[in-house]
Design a protein around this ligand. Structure first.
Ligand SMILES: C[S@@+](CC[C@H](N)C(=O)[O-])C[C@H]1O[C@@H](n2cnc3c(N)ncnc32)[C@H](O)[C@@H]1O
Length: 193
């Protein structure tokens, strides 16, 4: 997937133009604090949401046009958006985050890149830190749909973080964007110290 090309062509079909509803609900109910990373932040809605909830948030995305558009959309927090690769994060981001907020970064990746995603989380999240995920489980692809998003089932999620993480919250959210109802899983994992 050439993400930069998708942004340049304005084919950002994943972009809902506002922050994830389950993420908003979770952050409204739980006192999550500290430095937060939003990997694959795209237009940055979850970064803005995190700042709104008192987090010192940074958005990271591999697509320069996506980051430029995030900065234009959220000029007051423009310096919080960084171009970079989660799989090889900038030195300043290594071990630097208390929280990682996942929203449709993982589901955009083909399955062969899932170990690299996990490694990227390990490189950026400090031991004891929280991985707060709205995981797009997408159990059924629509007819003719190949992905992204790629099917990512709950056992896949469990297996990916079985080692080194513990589950601290896990449920099907009761709020969702239209078309994503029942297709997302809220799972919060703590990296073992
Ligand atoms: C499906 S989009 C989701 C964007 C945003 N989270 C949203 O919900 O609108 C996936 C995003 O991950 C970014 N991405 C893909 N691989 C990446 C990597 N290795 N490092 C950082 N960002 C990456 C893409 O550029 C894209 O913006």
């Amino acid at each position: 997937m050439d993400w930069e090309e998708k942004y340049r062509r304005r084919e950002v079909f994943w972009n809902k133009g506002e922050p994830s509803l389950p993420m908003r609900q979770y952050l409204g109910r739980h006192p999550v604090r500290g430095r937060a990373l939003v990997p694959g932040c795209g237009h940055g809605h979850e970064v803005a949401l995190a700042v709104e909830h008192g987090l010192d948030a940074t958005g990271l995305d591999i697509a320069p046009t996506g980051i430029a558009e995030a900065r234009a959309l959220y000029p007051k927090i423009a310096e919080r958006f960084v171009v970079g690769d989660l799989f090889d994060p900038p030195a300043a981001m290594r071990g630097a985050f208390d929280v990682v907020l996942e929203h449709t970064c993982m589901s955009g990746l083909p399955p062969r890149l899932r170990p690299a995603y996990r490694r990227g989380i390990d490189l950026t999240l400090r031991p004891g830190g929280l991985l707060v995920g709205v995981w797009y489980i997408n159990p059924d692809l629509d007819p003719g749909e190949e992905g992204p998003p790629f099917p990512f089932r709950v056992p896949d999620l469990t297996a990916l973080f079985a080692d080194g993480y513990e589950i601290v919250a896990d449920y099907v959210p009761d709020v969702a964007f239209q078309g994503r109802e029942g297709r997302e899983r809220m799972r919060v994992l703590r990296r073992k110290a």
